[in-house]
Design a protein. Structure first.
Length: 95
């Protein structure tokens, strides 16, 4: 089971999709700015270097593409919700 937990950290690579927002930013008039700010939580994926499985929280980085005008990039924003998988490992570590 431990080898599966280690592979969960690879989900954090989804967060790199959030970098597409630098070249193609979301239009200012699009709703969901609060959700897009959750992309900052993608930095929690860095905890994966020290906490096994926590790297999955890096997927939150894709949340910066939430409700993007380009449907392909908007799907990556929805994939950012997979960052929830890494949160239990972070909480367990600190309890």
């Amino acid at each position: 089971m431990n080898h599966v937990i280690g592979l969960l950290g690879l989900l954090g690579l989804i967060g790199l999709a959030g970098l597409a927002g630098i070249k193609n930013p979301v239009a200012k008039d699009r709703p969901g700015a609060g959700m897009r700010l959750l992309g900052i939580l993608g930095l929690a994926g860095l905890a994966g270097f020290w906490i096994v499985g926590a790297g999955a929280a890096g997927a939150f980085g894709a949340m910066g593409l939430w409700n993007h005008q380009d449907p392909k990039l908007a799907k990556w924003g929805q994939a950012g919700l997979l960052g929830v998988v890494g949160l239990p490992f972070i909480v367990q570590h600190f309890l």
